[in-house]
Design a protein around this ligand. Structure first.
Ligand SMILES: Cc1cc2nc3c(=O)[nH]c(=O)nc-3n(C[C@H](O)[C@H](O)[C@H](O)COP(=O)(O)OP(=O)(O)OC[C@H]3O[C@@H](n4cnc5c(N)ncnc54)[C@H](O)[C@@H]3O)c2cc1C
Length: 252
């Protein structure tokens, strides 16, 4: 299978292929599908820490013989058995990853690589934790919620459809959730009105929504170590097809 320039870059970086075999797939709720995989080797290379993610190569239905890479969070995993769960947002228009997640049957395989994953590390000095995202970030958010101690947690979730309320959130004793219906600037508008001095910030989701949050970097007490902003997808554009792919950390 051809992997284009991204595949060449990953080869140069020494990324190793790990086979994932689909064991089962089910809809957690409308538009959110859980895939359970088995991999004999992946979890020896990437620890399933909160928000850890992998690069999965999916067949591109538009270009037979070609594969494209997409980032997905390890939602849950058991290193003993080598089994892991990936939660996939099923969106329209579909892309190679969401299409595969909808149609693949047990026994189907894809390859995964681990490179660049930055698991969440709690800042013990923070006054609280600000989490921002949309459904694509919920697997990471849930991993973080399961790991952080009883500190105030404010979660702002950008919502594109009513059914997204059904996506389960991990319980946390001090969690407060604000759902923000999507419109340009709405997420940044609702977050920006608060004083986030000395809070830890973790945010991931649609590229434009994330760009609008860059001002959070300048909050009192904000450092590189306690601030994480990452674009997970781009409205109206496939990820990873071109050299100027803007996935990855939001630029200053
Ligand atoms: C580090 C990292 C971790 C991630 N973890 C997860 C995860 O655990 N679960 C998850 O579902 N996603 C996750 N994502 C996001 C996922 O990689 C992207 O959504 C990706 O674009 C999906 O690929 P695709 O082939 O389905 O669609 P693409 O071919 O990339 O895009 C096709 C069309 O779908 C639209 N689109 C893409 N994603 C979405 C979306 N989420 N909602 C609505 N429209 C969309 C695009 O704008 C485009 O118009 C993660 C991304 C990164 C970088």
């Amino acid at each position: 299978m051809g992997r284009g320039w991204q595949g060449a870059v990953m080869r140069v970086l020494g990324a190793r292929d790990h086979e994932l075999t689909l064991l089962s797939a089910h809809d957690v709720c409308t538009g959110f599908r859980r895939l359970r995989f088995s991999s004999p080797t992946l979890l020896a290379e990437v620890a399933p820490e909160p928000a850890a993610w992998v690069r999965i190569w999916f067949p591109d239905p538009a270009h037979p013989g070609r594969e494209v890479q997409r980032g997905y969070t390890i939602a849950e995993a058991d290193p003993e058995t080598g089994e892991l769960d990936i939660d996939v947002v099923i969106h329209e228009p579909a892309g190679p990853a969401s299409a595969w997640a909808t149609t693949a049957v047990p026994g189907a395989t894809v390859m995964a690589q681990s490179y660049g994953s930055e698991p969440f590390v709690a800042d013990p000095a923070a006054r609280g934790l600000l989490l921002v995202g949309d459904p694509s970030a919920v697997p990471a958010v849930n991993g973080i919620l399961r790991a952080v101690p009883d500190v105030p947690v404010e979660l702002f979730l950008e919502q594109h459809h009513d059914h997204e309320r059904d996506i389960p959130l991990a319980p946390h004793p001090s969690l407060h959730v604000t759902r923000v219906p999507h419109s340009p600037g709405a997420l940044a508008g609702s977050i920006g009105s608060r004083d986030w001095a000395n809070w830890q910030v973790w945010a991931a989701g649609e590229s434009a929504a994330l760009r609008a949050l860059r001002a959070l970097r300048g909050r009192p007490g904000g450092t590189k170590a306690n601030t994480y902003l990452q674009a997970y997808w781009i409205r109206g554009r496939a990820m990873g097809r071109t050299r100027d792919d803007t996935s990855g950390p939001v630029p200053d």
